[in-house]
Write a protein that binds this ligand. Sequence first.
Ligand code: 1HN
Length: 345
Amino acid sequence: MHELGRLEDLPQDYRDQLTRLNLVPLWPNLRSVLPPQVPSRNTRPTHWPYTTLKPLLMQAGELTPMHKAERRVLVLANPGHGLENMKASPAMYLGMQLLLPGEWAPAHRHTPNAVRMIVEGHGATTTVNGEKCPMERGDLILTPTGQWHEHEHSGSGPVVWLDVLDLPLMYYAEVSYAVEGERQTVQPGRGDEVYAHGGVVPTSYFERGRAEYPMLRYPWREARAALEALAQTQPSLTCVQVTYVNPDTGHHIQNNLGYYAMMLRPAQQLRLPARSPSQVFHVIEGRVDVAVTKHAFGLAEADTCCTPGYEAVTLTNRSTTEPAFLFVADESPLHRKLGVYEVRS
Ligand code: 1HN
């Protein structure tokens, strides 16, 4: 690829004229917006250990009352994107949220899509469009775009969860906003109870369900059992993974981000090929080493890390006797829509 003309090669007077007229020459910038073979990425492999994060989150519980926070969150910000931009990757926001006994995080709805992966604690619930979802460790709970949601905690001890949102993408597209609301009236019925039976889904007499988000809570008990059954019935399967899907359509549960649960067999080393999407790994059970580019992270339980796209990632279960379980989030639905999804090697 031959070298192109630089900005400095142009007479100052010409450059000034362009600037005054809101014009920019393309050729000095062409290589930076279209680099050869591989895109430039700001996403830096980053590890957020839970042991260092948790005390600071608990301190936030003392320093900042709920009415001063609305959502008491420490954002897992990727330094490669600038901490103030609150991005783990180009499309993913990550935050660790704390709710203390007796607290209520008021109802609102917003354009970004969110999921929460429950990290620890008992007795909290999230009410999404009137459906009250219990929050237990490992559960995945959706708050899709535009749906009312609020959190409350009537149990004892702190409850902590990991929020994943497509906020950076929505913000970039200038479509991110929220609306505040009243406490929701809880409606009877739970999607996870009527959809949690293998292979059968609720139907009216003539047609399948039409709800866009028929299931809001994906209990860890079910996802874990699916992974264990998969591992047991397919001993030669290397990637023991399930995808969180809409049970009526089989599609990803949300528009832009994909969510998965993965099991590593005892001592298993799994090489994930380089693909275009950035990824997030969060340990639900066990200890997992994550290697990407020149980085090696030893993830303990409840630790989270992110990896840039176009890089292979190697996962290793540190235990030789027990399986390890991971929650994975990525940008693959977005990449497929953009027509740029790639697997390289
Ligand atoms: C939000 O609504 C929640 O509802 C958590 O718990 C984190 C981060 C950015 C924007 C909205 C929640 C959020 C958020």
